[in-house]
Write a protein that binds this ligand. Sequence first.
Ligand code: ZN
Length: 169
Amino acid sequence: MSGKDRDLAGRGRGDRILREEIHDPYMARSKPKEPTVCPGCGAVFHKGRWQWAAEPAGQAHELMCPACERIRDDMPAGILTLSGGFLAKHRDEILKLIHNKVEEEKAEHPMKRLMSAEDGKEGELIVKFTDLHLPRGAGEAVERAYDGELEIQYTKESNLVRVYWNRDE
Ligand SMILES: [Zn+2]
């Protein structure tokens, strides 16, 4: 892969970028009145953030939440690409680990979702997320469980976080 046009970030620097410089245009353009309910997933915008909550009594506004918009547009905030010989042998258990990690996060944060998991041309597993932090969280969960190499990249121009995990044997 070519790193020419990417903002290559090591682990420590990646952390800083994720904290300080990341910008989510989907989140920024959604400033709904309160309370607002997403007709797609039922999340409620309340106290300045989207949460899982009972639908408010009385008149609530309706607006598609950023996660549902990203899924509709097929515009991931982050992509985790897994590769290597180890993956071929343990694909299902690794994918299950990622699903579990996402479910755990999603229970607290409605905007953190897995969009899709597809096989790449060279046997990679490409997992797309609605949230900027999930690819790293999921990648680190895989690294904790199976070792391997983790690399985090953030391209400012596209507001997209890309995380790569590889283990050969
Ligand atoms: Zn929604």
